[in-house]
Design a protein around this ligand. Structure first.
Ligand code: HPA
Length: 278
């Protein structure tokens, strides 16, 4: 009996075929997702091939400010990497599966480890604007899961553990690199929500009670997709602001990008240093 068609699987194979052709002999091992204001890391990638998301069949494109919306594949820190210069968010109107799609696509290309990065607000009052925060774990407050549905079940088994979703060895490595480079790094629990409104002070107080240290509008769906197919994950936030109501803060997107611009050099040193020693 012929198996049931799996459209997601077919789409991934078609997307991967187009990307492979554009990448030539580049075979990426590490995937990087560059969050708001953190895109300039992609300019450090050597011998790069650039593929706009819109030129990959079945991929959505980025619409968020500062998210260029292209794959950049080449050498960084002595490894072959594929970076997403800009990501897909739920708040742009993308479904959870559309947000997860490029992660599954990177896996299809042979990528075994994902470094996902973002700008985040700090709920933890001991954090400072400009700190980096290694994600120890997350709270998925998007209300969605990319693996829900029958098609992802055809890519990899539906049920999987989220224990140590953020790889303990990669987290230790990030701390070691940061310490040697003199870069301030926290480690905490990240809470991801859909956005695009920033949170209310009441929500931030509740999230603190649940054990969240940072908050933003991305990452969790990507990490669930990566763990679904067994990729190792490192998550790194840049604290661009205190969360709404913390020390009277009222976050806005301009401040997020301004702070990201001032921390770009340390961000590049941290991520490149990790890749060198992975
Ligand atoms: N909340 C949500 N998303 C964010 C924030 C925030 O405070 N800062 C940067 N992205």
């Amino acid at each position: 009996m012929a198996g049931k068609r799996n459209v997601l699987k077919e789409h991934l194979a078609e997307s991967a075929a187009v990307l492979r052709e554009r990448l030539g002999d580049r075979a990426p091992e590490v995937g990087i997702i560059l969050g708001s204001g953190l895109g300039p890391l992609a300019e450090r990638i050597e011998d790069a091939a650039f593929v706009p998301f819109g030129e990959v069949p079945h991929m959505k494109t980025s619409t968020a400010t500062s998210h260029v919306g292209r794959f950049v594949c080449g050498r960084l820190g002595g490894r072959m990497v594929i970076a997403m210069q800009g990501r897909l968010h739920g708040y742009e109107g993308n479904s959870a599966q559309e947000v997860a799609y490029p992660v599954w696509l990177m896996h299809e290309l042979g990528v075994g480890a994902l470094i996902t990065t973002n700008a985040a607000g700090a709920i933890n009052e001991s954090y400072q604007v400009g700190d980096f925060c290694v994600m120890a774990d997350h709270l998925n407050f998007t209300g969605r899961n990319p693996v829900a549905g029958t098609e992802p079940d055809g890519i990899a088994f539906r049920f999987f553990s989220m224990l140590d979703a953020y790889d303990p060895a990669l987290r230790s490595l990030a701390h070691a690199v940061a310490e040697e480079a003199g870069i301030r790094v926290q480690e905490g629990v990240y809470l991801g929500l859909l956005g695009p409104s920033f949170e209310t002070p009441a929500e931030i107080r509740a999230f603190r009670g649940w054990g969240a240290d940072t908050v933003a509008m991305s990452v969790v769906e990507e990490v669930i997709a990566a763990r679904h197919v067994g990729m190792r994950v490192l998550g790194v936030s840049l604290v661009t602001n205190m969360a709404c109501g913390v020390e009277g803060a009222s976050p806005n997107d301009v401040e997020v990008l301004e702070v990201a611009a001032t921390r770009g050099e340390d961000f590049c040193r941290l991520i490149t240093g990790v890749i060198e020693r992975m």
